[in-house]
Design a protein around this ligand. Structure first.
Ligand code: HPA
Length: 274
C-alpha cells in the first residue's frame, strides 16, 4: 500500500471529525461475538464504507462499522466486523484498522474470535485466553518498506499478548466465576476448515486452537506499541478431533451462546483497564 501513513492519517482525521471521543481501549468482535454491543452506552457508529481509504467490503450485505461509546464508564472503540485474509485482502488491508486505531489513541486492544479446539481439554463453548500465536500464513502486515513513524523494522514478538492483561483477565474471570482455559492460537489462511493432517501437525507443534483471523491484527498492534489481550471462543473441535463435519451455522450458533459470558467478562476487563 503506497503512502500508507498519509492514508491512515486521512482515515483518522475523518473519524475525528465525526466525534470528539478519545478512547484508549479498542475491541475487535469476532464472528457471532457481538453481544458486547448491547452493553455499550452513548453509542455512535461510523460505517467502514464512509471512512476514506478503509478496505472496501467484498461481501454483499456485510455490515462493518466502528462503534464508539462507553462500557461501565470507560470510552471504547469497537470494530463490528473485521477483514480476513481469505476474503482477498492483503495483510496490510486486514490490519489497516489497527493502524488507524493507533492514531486515534488506542493503547490497549482486546481481540476476540471464534475458533476450533485442538486441545482435548477444551469443548465447544470454552473461552480461551490466547497466550501466544503461530502464524501459518506465509505473509504478515509488516512486509515491505518500513515506515519508522509507525514502528521499528524488526519488532519484538516475545509477548504478543501482554502478560499484565492476561493476569487481569484471569483475576476477573475468577472473581466472576467465569471458566476459561489458556493456550496457543494457530492462524491458518482459510477459508477451508483445515485437514486432519494439518491439525495433527500443528497439535504436535503446540497449538491449542486454530482459526483464520487475529494473528495479523496481533502482529500490527505489537509493531505499533499497542498492548493486546486475545480471547478465543472454541466453537467446535478441529478437523479429525470432532467426528462430524464442520458447519459454519453451528460455529456461529455456539459463538452466540458463548458471547453472553464473553461479553460480561470483557466488559469487566474494560472497566478495570488503566
Ligand atoms: N478452524 C478454523 N477456523 C475456525 C474453526 C476451525 O475449526 N472454527 C471456527 N473458526
Amino acid at each position: 500500500m503506497d503512502n500508507m501513513y498519509d492514508k491512515v492519517m486521512e482515515s483518522t482525521k475523518y473519524i475525528q471529525s465525526k466525534n470528539n471521543l478519545k478512547p484508549k481501549v479498542g475491541v475487535v468482535l469476532g464472528s457471532g461475538l457481538g453481544d458486547l454491543i448491547d452493553v455499550i452506552e452513548e453509542i455512535e457508529y461510523i460505517s467502514y464504507e464512509d471512512i476514506p481509504n478503509f478496505p472496501k467490503s467484498t461481501v454483499i450485505g456485510h455490515q462493518g462499522r466502528l462503534v464508539f461509546g462507553k462500557i461501565n464508564g470507560v470510552d471504547i472503540l469497537a470494530m463490528q466486523g473485521r477483514f480476513h485474509y481469505f476474503e482477498g485482502y492483503t495483510m496490510k488491508e486486514v490490519a489497516y484498522p489497527i493502524f488507524v486505531m493507533k492514531q486515534l489513541g488506542i493503547e490497549q486492544l482486546i481481540l476476540t474470535n471464534a475458533c476450533g479446539g485442538i486441545n482435548t481439554d477444551f469443548q465447544p463453548g470454552t473461552l480461551m485466553i490466547i497466550n501466544d500465536f503461530i502464524n501459518l500464513v506465509s505473509d504478515n502486515p509488516l512486509i515491505g518498506v518500513n515506515d519508522e513513524r509507525f514502528g521499528t523494522r524488526f519488532p519484538d514478538m516475545s509477548e504478543p499478548y501482554k502478560l499484565d492483561l492476561i493476569d487481569k483477565a484471569k483475576n476477573i474471570a475468577n472473581e466472576m466465576g467465569i471458566e476459561y482455559k489458556e493456550g496457543v492460537y494457530a492462524g491458518f489462511m482459510g477459508p477451508y476448515y483445515e485437514t486432519a493432517a494439518e491439525i495433527r501437525m500443528i497439535k504436535n507443534h503446540g497449538a491449542d486452537a486454530v482459526g483464520m483471523s487475529t494473528v495479523p491484527e496481533t502482529i500490527a498492534a505489537n509493531y505499533l506499541g499497542i498492548d493486546v489481550l486475545g480471547i478465543s471462543c472454541i466453537t467446535n473441535m478441529a478437523t479429525g478431533i470432532q467426528k462430524h463435519k464442520h458447519s459454519h451455522e453451528r460455529v456461529v450458533e455456539t459463538a452466540q451462546k458463548a458471547s453472553v459470558n464473553l461479553s460480561k467478562w470483557v466488559a469487566k476487563i474494560i472497566e478495570n483497564m488503566n
